[in-house]
Design a binder for this molecule. Structure first.
Ligand SMILES: Cc1cc2nc3c(=O)[nH]c(=O)nc-3n(C[C@H](O)[C@H](O)[C@H](O)COP(=O)(O)OP(=O)(O)OC[C@H]3O[C@@H](n4cnc5c(N)ncnc54)[C@H](O)[C@@H]3O)c2cc1C
Length: 303
């Protein structure tokens, strides 16, 4: 079994998330080759085969041209799986490659099973197993679902260029609008989840954040319900955070939330369900009603 892993490179740097692709391939027990549109001075630390296209010539982001490069390498390597990260780069490129190869695509893989690949469904509440029915399959893997694996060594580099010039031109990146809170820099984050119950209870969570000198975070349903603004959302479609202390209040621990916060130094979770998945990453899980426990903790901290 063979995988072609599509690495990621942005603003002159190899992205660390590229190593999660190697973690995925290791769990699959597959042989690997990697393709990267990047540069020679940012090679992944992995002693395998690397097809390297020059980002300065091809554009760091050019789905048209990058698709051509991938198809050319697929023809040489004949992999069973072409694997992208489930990022904006992967979202855009993977379906283009799947259509060109007439291959199945499975998006947002979170685990590997004997019977296929596990993906989320029902807005992340449930999981289902999907088995591809084609010889080649395009996959995108969820951020944080597989451990980053840095095997070390340097790759055997095959330089590649695409004959065509493509119909799109990469111009550059435009920074996103400035957020009213930068959770990425916060040392303490206290996050509210659906378990907080209602918008009127948010100040209770905010008071603990303030008492600890931290910022307010939130899970996606809390943001979707309009209880707090999107700049507070932690997770794959929010911010990636790694504070010294992360307090998860009434948050179940869905994979999309964990992907954004599991690198925190210390995780305190408060949940009325002792079996909530957040317990798997929490250093301390307090089994309690959040609206009883949090005000008592705030009072202790503020004393
Ligand atoms: C493509 C996609 C992207 C996503 N991106 C994100 C993202 O960036 N960030 C994110 O957070 N989610 C994201 N999600 C949603 C994610 O799958 C979950 O649905 C979400 O994280 C659940 O939020 P929650 O834990 O607050 O709510 P729930 O899953 O409903 O959990 C609520 C928890 O509160 C507990 N609880 C209830 N009442 C109390 C109480 N009184 N006291 C204590 N505990 C209580 C319950 O036991 C439960 O564990 C995404 C989903 C998809 C499909």
């Amino acid at each position: 079994m063979k995988t072609l892993l599509i690495g990621e490179y942005r603003e002159g740097k190899l992205l660390d998330s590229t190593y999660e692709l190697l973690g995925f391939a290791a769990q699959l027990g597959a042989e690997t080759a990697m393709l990267l549109v990047g540069s020679e001075n940012q090679l992944p630390l992995y002693g395998g085969t690397l097809y390297l296209a020059d980002a300065a010539a091809c554009g760091e982001y050019n789905p048209d041209l990058h698709k051509k490069l991938i198809i050319e390498v697929v023809q040489q390597e004949n992999p069973d799986y072409i694997v992208f990260l489930h990022s904006s780069y992967g979202w855009d490129l993977a379906p283009r490659v799947a259509v060109a190869l007439k291959a199945a695509q499975i998006s947002e893989v979170i685990a590997i099973q004997d019977s296929g690949f596990e993906v989320g469904c029902c807005n992340g509440k449930m999981r289902r197993s999907v088995k591809p029915a084609t010889n080649k399959t395009v996959l995108t893997v969820q951020a944080g679902a597989f451990p980053a694996l840095q095997p070390g060594g340097l790759p055997t580099v095959h330089k590649i260029t695409s004959a065509g010039i493509g119909s799109l031109e990469f111009i550059g990146y435009e920074p996103a609008e400035k957020k009213d809170v930068d959770l990425a820099k916060a040392e303490v984050i206290v996050s509210a989840g659906r378990g907080v119950g209602k918008k009127d209870n948010i100040p209770v969570i905010q008071a603990l954040a303030k008492a600890l000198g931290g910022e307010l975070g939130a899970s996606r349903p809390v943001v979707d319900a309009g209880w707090v603004g999107h700049s507070h959302q932690v997770g794959t479609t929010g911010q990636n955070v790694s504070p010294k202390l992360y307090v998860a209040c009434g948050i179940s621990g869905a994979i999309q939330h964990l992907a954004g916060m599991k690198k925190s130094d210390f995780i305190l979770a408060i949940n009325k369900d002792k079996d909530a998945p957040i317990g798997e990453v929490a250093d301390v899980l307090v089994v309690a009603d959040v609206m009883q426990f949090v005000p008592a903790l705030t009072a202790k901290v503020a004393r």
